[in-house]
Design a protein around this ligand. Sequence first.
Ligand code: PLP
Length: 378
Amino acid sequence: MVTLNLISYFTKMFLKFTGIKYGIMTALGRDAIFFAIASLNLKKDAEIMIPAFSSKHVLEPILYFKLKPILIDIDPETLNINPDLIEEKITNKTKVIIAHHTYGFPLNVKKIRKICDDNNIIFIEDCAQALGCQIDNNMAGKYGDISVFSLTKNMVNFEGGMICTDNEHMFRKIVQYINDYYCQLKHNSLKKVIYMRFKKIRASLYSAYGYRNNFIEKVIKKYKKYKKNSLKPYNPIFRPTWFSALISIIQLTKLMQLNIKRIKNARMFNDILKNINGVRCPGILENDIFGSPLYLPFFCDNYEIKKRIKSRFDRFKMNLLIEPWKAVSMMPQFKKQRCPRAENVSKSILILPNSPRFNKRYLIKIATIIRESINAKA
Ligand SMILES: Cc1ncc(COP(=O)(O)O)c(C=O)c1O
């Protein structure tokens, strides 16, 4: 009873916040993607477009349904899917576009919305990293036919996702599928539960505080079954919990303050890095609006210098840098779909967390490490 009350209280609060009509909570953001795809009942040969620079959590639910991912190259200055490259790849099998606001940098949602309307394609707006990101007075999530969110990135929480839509018919289908699915959910092995939970705790601590804990790292390493960057079809294994709903209720009230702090940090970081030759921030940070920047990405085109930056962060025990996504087109099974911009980005990008706790002094300290690595003799 408590579970249902807290989850439905949070759901109402979330819908009011995002301005979307209908929604249902899931255990994770990737579960929301899974249910969004499932509810569309697509034929096996249907094509789903995704950005070539993307999380494997976007790709793996697609693989579960044996659908065909079509990779679209990105705009390296926004790190988002490039809408100008979508239309040339549309075929009569294209049914869905999943596009995300990468690292909380706003996507050109209007252009994608128009392409989808003109071509009768479903737009799944992935706002996993963009909770609270505003676009033209709307919250991110308002432009997709279905929108999915993660509650563990912009907010401090260890699990939680949302799947939302303004379309009542679509919503009914989603709820029906989710209810049937959860009824058939089996118990998980303890190892799997520990692994998943610890991974989420690690991600939350990292994006909220820029903090890594050795014990958590060890547990994850111990229970890890799959190799880095390996892909496996994904299906949800948990139901959402009352505990996660409770944390989300508290966190949602603080979200906008956290995002404002993140925007301030991103602006400062960009200004500081402008004075360092050899590295630069993506162009989007030059604009006035940059959503809910979850991370502080920057580029370094020189491989040797990039290596030095990484090792200098390690030496100063600032275990801060996060492993960037590998462009999907660099994975063996997708090598035929070349996407040079996404590949260049994943080779040259370095990513720092953007904790609301960071201040100017700390960002200058980070910049000093970067500058010293560049100036150091090879
Ligand atoms: C773009 C994107 N979509 C979806 C997800 C999945 O969210 P969650 O970690 O809550 O499952 C992620 C996670 O990294 C992501 O980056």
